[in-house]
Write a protein that binds this ligand. Structure first.
Ligand SMILES: *Cc1c(COP(=O)(O)O)cnc(C)c1O
Length: 404
């Protein structure tokens, strides 16, 4: 029996701990029921599975390597560090696994259009990419402030043929983009598919995103057995909404010898309140139609990595924390930046700032472990998108040093 106890309505651990579920108005409920029925059917459909496998292999470039970071391991002098190379996927991150899976479902459901929300633009670009591939009209909602901060990603989406709508209410960032996308979906669900970007949101999204992202952990498990003849001692990943993490974790969840650690962004420090670490500091509550750990002060939500900047977190991570199957810790902006620079110098791999949180945790932990132990880190994406930001931060840091 699995340690993961989840009802058919997507409620994790009903009774003692309950996370997930669906807290939505009637119009959305109908849309989500229809989506759930399609997902339940196609996830067991052989033809669907074959088509998904085809695109994973031929379009995304899977399987990607489980790479032994030998120089980093030697420098740290402890456990062997392996990197699961999601950064080598087409479009440069794990997000494409999920967008390919969902667009195939959209096609099966005869959707006339796809909509999605995006914060920094990464999920918007991954969605626009698969809509170009499958010739489906695509509308991306993005906070107006974010469209200005991430003008290049707006242009990328437009080049890929998507329409980008700037959300102009409230703070004009991710939350408003989600609100407007949900309104669109509730009104148009008969012919519209809402392609959600992480393992969050009302049922069935968390289970569906986990299903498509689990390829990360299935591959990593097989590759580790091939290379080392045994399972890893520790697996770790950064947690924003939690999709790359649940993709790595889920296939190992019933292997009790494998320790699981999720890494949240501590931003400017957990004590400062300026972070995005709901599992480390928050309380169970309802946000965006589902129950999970939620940050105390969502207004202060911040991370050096835009992709981790979310005040809630996936319900399955909330459940793993509650039952003690996984541990959740945090890494602050400064530590993530140092890991970004260290991996670049030691391995010639520039990681995304998001992934750098997991790298930093592995760097901190490996020296405390034995040399024959094994760590697998999800390298969720590549850092090309972050180079200009890091340049500015290092300039500012230099200025501080000169003034000191
Ligand atoms: C979006 C993103 C994340 C965070 O999303 P999860 O759903 O928590 O995985 C992490 N890494 C990269 C590279 C991203 O683009």
């Amino acid at each position: 029996m699995s340690v993961v106890n989840v009802t058919k309505d997507g409620v994790f651990g009903p009774g003692e701990h309950d996370f997930g579920g669906s807290y939505v108005p009637e119009g959305l409920r109908k849309a989500l029921d229809k989506l759930d029925a399609a997902f339940q059917y196609y996830k067991n459909d052989e033809q669907f599975e074959r088509e998904f496998d085809y695109y994973l292999r031929e379009y995304i470039g899977r399987p990607n390597p489980l790479y032994y970071a030998e120089r980093l391991t030697r420098e740290l002098g402890g456990a062997k560090i392996y990197l699961k190379r999601e950064d080598l996927n087409h479009t440069g991150a794990h997000k494409i696994n999920n967008t390919v899976g969902q667009v195939l479902l959209a096609k099966r459901m005869n959707a006339g259009r796809v909509i999605a929300e995006t914060g920094a633009g990464q999920h918007g670009v991954a969605t626009a990419t698969v809509c170009a591939l499958f010739d489906i009209p695509c509308t991306i909602y993005m906070g107006e402030v974010d469209t200005q901060r991430q003008a290049l990603n707006v242009f990328r989406m437009q080049m890929l043929g998507a329409e980008v709508i700037a959300a102009k209410s409230g703070n004009r960032t991710l939350k408003e983009a989600v609100d407007e996308a949900l309104m669109d979906y509730a009104e148009n669900y008969e012919d519209t598919f809402y392609l959600l970007g992480s393992a969050v949101g009302p049922h069935p999204f968390p289970l569906m995103v986990r299903h498509f992202q689990s390829v990360i952990g299935r591959e990593a498990k097989r590759q580790c057995l091939e290379k080392e003849g045994r399972l890893p001692d520790l697996i770790t990943a950064c947690v924003g909404g939690g999709s790359n993490a649940i993709g790595l974790f889920y296939p190992f969840v019933d292997d009790p010898a494998v320790n699981i650690v999720g890494v949240e962004p501590a931003g400017k420090g957990l004590d400062s309140g300026v972070h995005a670490a709901p599992l480390c500091t928050g309380k169970p509550d309802v946000i965006h139609g589902f129950k999970c750990y939620v940050m105390e002060d969502a207004e202060n939500c911040h991370s050096i990595a835009a992709g981790l900047d979310y005040p809630g977190v996936g319900p399955e991570h909330s459940y793993y924390k509650a039952i003690g199957r996984a541990e959740y810790t945090s890494i602050d902006d400064e530590q993530a930046l140092n890991a970004f620079l260290t991996l670049s110098k030691t391995e010639g791999i520039i990681p995304a700032l998001e992934s750098s949180h997991a790298i930093a945790y592995a760097m901190e932990t490996a020296p405390k472990m034995d040399k024959d132990q094994i760590i697998i880190v999800s390298l969720s994406g590549r850092g090309d998108k972050d180079v200009a930001q890091v340049f500015d931060m290092l300039k500012a840091r230099e200025g501080e040093l000169q003034n000191a």
